[in-house]
Design a protein around this ligand. Structure first.
Ligand SMILES: [Zn+2]
Length: 209
């Protein structure tokens, strides 16, 4: 039975690489008893330079994240950021459409010894976050969406996880949705039970063992 879930979820993730914005099939996600009480509410100001298509993908990723969180988090993304307004960026949660020549991206490349796709910087005792996505390095819809989901996960203080998960440091595009491994990380940070989250049921039985 466990293997069947994994095969079906793997096929679903595979299809996701070829079909943009494939609907969530609720059968493949953990069923929750009740919505969680909201613990945290925040706004992210996103770059006005994001194209209409990119904005749509970002909002799809946000929708997936909020579905996973089951009510615990209320997060809003508003596309009203002037990315040249550095003092605003210093004191507000922001999401920047970045060039690879940007100072923060060049430094992160050096640290990672790799060309990074996205980044989340924390400021002021971790209360303020700046997210970046390096659009020129991203080739597909699904890659874009999973990088956005990954950085939003960091904005909710999630760290890196083991595969198969969105929060794996090098997930890129092979896992389409937040999985049980992501659920364990999120539940640890936010002091809740993983069973209260709507994660994709990929390897949830193996990891449980
Ligand atoms: Zn990361």
């Amino acid at each position: 039975m466990n293997n069947i879930w994994n095969i079906v979820c793997n096929i679903y993730c595979y299809l996701h690489n070829y079909i943009n914005n494939i609907p969530r099939i609720s059968l493949l996600f953990n069923k929750v008893k009740l919505p969680l009480l909201c613990k945290w509410e925040e706004v992210i100001h996103a770059d006005q330079n994001f194209t209409l298509e990119e904005r749509a993908i970002i909002l799809h990723a946000l929708d997936d994240l909020l579905f996973f969180c089951n009510g615990l988090i209320k997060l809003q993304i508003i596309f009203d950021l002037d990315s040249k307004n550095l003092s605003f960026i210093d004191y507000n949660n922001t999401f920047i459409r970045a060039d690879s020549s940007l100072h923060s991206i060049e430094n992160a490349d050096k640290r990672a010894k790799n060309n990074i796709f996205g980044l989340c910087e924390y400021k002021h005792n971790n209360s303020i976050k700046t997210l970046y996505i390096v659009v020129e390095r991203i080739k597909t819809y699904n890659e874009f969406k999973t990088v956005v989901l990954h950085e939003l996960g960091h904005a909710l203080y999630m760290g890196h996880t083991m595969k198969p998960s969105i929060m794996h440091a090098y997930n890129y595009d092979d896992i389409a949705y937040l999985t049980y491994a992501d659920g364990l990380e999120f539940a640890k940070i936010w002091h809740i039970n993983v069973q209260d989250l709507r994660y994709l049921k990929l390897y949830h039985n193996y990891l449980n063992a």
